[in-house]
Design a binder for this molecule. Structure first.
Ligand code: FES
Length: 145
């Protein structure tokens, strides 16, 4: 169930637009169709690191700085959410892997983040900063500012 694939990108980055007076850089991630399910890229631009995941036909991008102690949050294992299975009387029966929910795990101390929201699984009010993804001319790009 667990997968680990990480690739750092040192490809050129391009400032191609300005929004609301703030500089925003659209940074190349991959060619469309190049990333397989569960793949990720770590994009670095001017000191900002972003983890970009491809999961079930969608892209997700988050800050690569763990909310715990600043570890590389997006570079650990992908693992399906572990769920408790209860009996009808609500007593514990067993645990199983979720078929729909997937998390990535910070490799330093194991903080788990929901891949689809960037929220800390144990404290969903806290979440990694998300970054917008755009597909333009067959290229998958992330906006970094
Ligand atoms: S720095 Fe990520 S879990 Fe501690």
């Amino acid at each position: 169930m667990a997968q680990q694939q990480s690739e750092r990108s040192f490809l050129p980055h391009f400032i191609i637009k300005q929004m609301d007076g703030a500089s925003m850089t659209e940074v190349f991630v991959a060619k469309e169709g190049e990333m397989a399910n569960g793949d990720r890229r770590i994009i670095s631009h001017e000191g900002v690191e972003v983890g970009v995941f491809f999961w079930e036909e969608k892209y997700y991008a988050y800050s690569n700085i763990c909310l715990h102690q600043g570890g590389p949050a997006c570079e650990g294992l992908l693992i399906h959410q572990v769920e408790d299975v209860l009996r009808p009387d609500r007593s514990f029966k067993q645990q199983k892997f979720s078929e729909t929910d997937i998390n990535f795990v910070c490799p330093w101390h194991g903080y788990e983040y929901d891949l689809k929201t960037g929220s800390v699984v144990a404290d969903p009010a806290r979440r990694l900063k998300p970054f917008p993804i755009h597909i333009r001319d067959g290229n998958v790009n992330v906006d970094i500012k």
